[in-house]
Design a protein around this ligand. Structure first.
Ligand SMILES: *Cc1c(COP(=O)(O)O)cnc(C)c1O
Length: 356
């Protein structure tokens, strides 16, 4: 028998969350962001469940090719565009829309024949200072793209650094407007946070990611307040129990010491499954649907959980690490990270079951 850990991916939750995004997007079209193996949910599986999206956004050309092989014929946005000249012919071959964020990429499009006309996204750096053109270098590249006969259409794009935070999008939105005021093109601006929070910052194509997986982009607002449903539920079972006497310790480094007598369960889930190693004592977990906490250090294949108040728990008792009943946002916050990182880190060794 395989170890009892598994991830259940709910196709109906994905479809439901897309419908939520649709309600917020209004008339804007939706790129469903399925980079990073659809945030750990499985690329093809997520694309099927999110079939009502207007297009899909990925990073890797391998991911893009897999979508085409799977028969998905919607537009595909390459979020970092081409990496090397050899990528250029793939654009037309697979009908991909590259983000063009650097003069080097503009040159690649000029010097390598893409094989046919392509749509492009022109990415502007409106303040995040990661990818994109600034006002200083925008003009020349824009001109070169306009003169490139293979470029069939241009959409203007930017990315917000703090749509979920205190700064918001105002300054970036204004600067983006200033930089593009003489360019009559469609715009794509919003990630999940901006889609949910700033209707004025949507543009014609929005780019939700995390919300499609049922998590919240906001630290202070749970996903269910947006009617989002967790798409991934990571479960396992207790494979052993221990009864500790006061003063006895548990796990590597003996880092947790039992104050009184303490029953603990050993769960088949560790950092090699994608559970965050830095999750501290107290990180929430469900045992038989009941909320408790982890104790001791997360090890490669196991974690230990407090069974106080769950007397019926024993070998074979089900455990939920995150998902239905316990938000990955909450587990991520307890572990000093984000649901994004937990979902993406789901390890290949964890069997995945698709559920309705
Ligand atoms: C990942 C990504 C998104 C999606 O962001 P979420 O916060 O997951 O909604 C949108 N746009 C770009 C450019 C991205 O890289």
């Amino acid at each position: 028998m395989p170890r009892p850990i598994r991830a259940a991916i709910s196709a109906s939750a994905l479809a439901h969350n897309l419908a939520v995004a649709r309600r917020h997007a209004g008339a804007a079209k939706i790129w469903a962001v399925i980079k990073a193996n659809a945030y750990g949910h499985g690329l093809e599986r997520a694309a099927r469940a999110l079939a009502a999206a207007d297009g899909f956004a990925v990073l890797d050309f391998q991911e893009a090719a897999r979508l085409r092989v799977a028969g998905i014929d919607k537009p595909v946005l390459m979020l970092e565009g081409v990496f090397k000249p050899l990528d250029v012919p793939l654009l037309h071959k697979y009908a991909l829309t590259p983000v063009i964020h650097s003069a080097a990429q503009v040159d690649m499009l000029r010097t390598v024949e893409p094989g046919g006309p392509i749509d492009i996204y022109l990415k502007l750096n409106s303040g995040m200072n990661r990818l994109g053109f600034t006002l200083e270098n925008l003009g020349a590249s824009y001109q070169a793209l306009r003169e490139n006969p293979r470029v069939k259409s241009i959409t203007l794009m930017t990315h917000f650094a703090d749509a979920d935070g205190a700064t918001g999008v105002k300054a970036q939105l204004e600067w983006f407007g200033e930089m593009t005021k003489s360019f009559p093109h469609r715009r794509s601006l919003a990630n999940s946070a901006a889609l949910l929070r700033f209707p004025e910052a949507h543009g014609e194509w929005v780019r939700p990611g995390i919300m499609l997986y049922g998590c919240s982009p906001f630290a202070d607002r749970p996903a269910e307040t947006f009617d989002l449903k967790p798409a991934m539920t990571l479960t396992s079972e207790i494979i052993a129990t221990q009864h500790l006497q006061p003063g006895e310790r548990v796990g590597y480094g003996f880092s947790y010491e039992a104050v009184g007598e303490l029953d603990i369960g050993i769960v088949a889930c560790g950092y090699a499954d994608g559970y965050p190693r830095h999750a501290p004592v107290g990180t929430p977990v469900l045992v038989n649907g009941q909320r408790t906490r982890i104790v001791g250090r997360v090890s490669m294949d196991m974690i230990m959980v407090d069974l106080s108040g769950i007397p019926a728990a024993g070998i074979g008792t089900p455990v939920t690490l995150w998902g239905e009943g316990l938000s990955a946002d909450e587990v991520g916050a307890a572990a000093g990270t984000l649901s994004y990182e937990l979902l993406c880190a789901l390890a290949p060794r964890v069997p995945v079951a698709e559920v309705a």
